[in-house]
Write a protein that binds this ligand. Sequence first.
Ligand SMILES: [Zn+2]
Length: 118
Amino acid sequence: MVDLNGGTIGRVASDTIYIDINAAGYGWFIDETPLDHSEFRYDRKLSLIALPGSEAEGLIDLWTVIRHELGHFLGYEHEENGVMEATLDLGVRNLPDWNADADDFFASVKDELELLLF
Ligand SMILES: [Zn+2]
């Protein structure tokens, strides 16, 4: 992780994904169980919101940011809904709308990504 400028929480440059060290001061929600979304409920299509009192409340969801930046890495642009939204509110998890190929890609880069982040 690096200390990015101002309100920037993640960025892609050349072949590297940079994640801000403290989520622009808000702090990260680092989910131990990222597949079950148990800290969230559905808010709208492709978007979850933290349950009151959950660990995710009031923090930036690292899971969403990593997938957003990986989306850029794959060539996705910003979209109105889902994980490629240009901004991310506290306690919100946005879900990807892309196909299984991208999921395979994410699975394949997972080990490498952990090296970049920590
Ligand atoms: Zn972006």
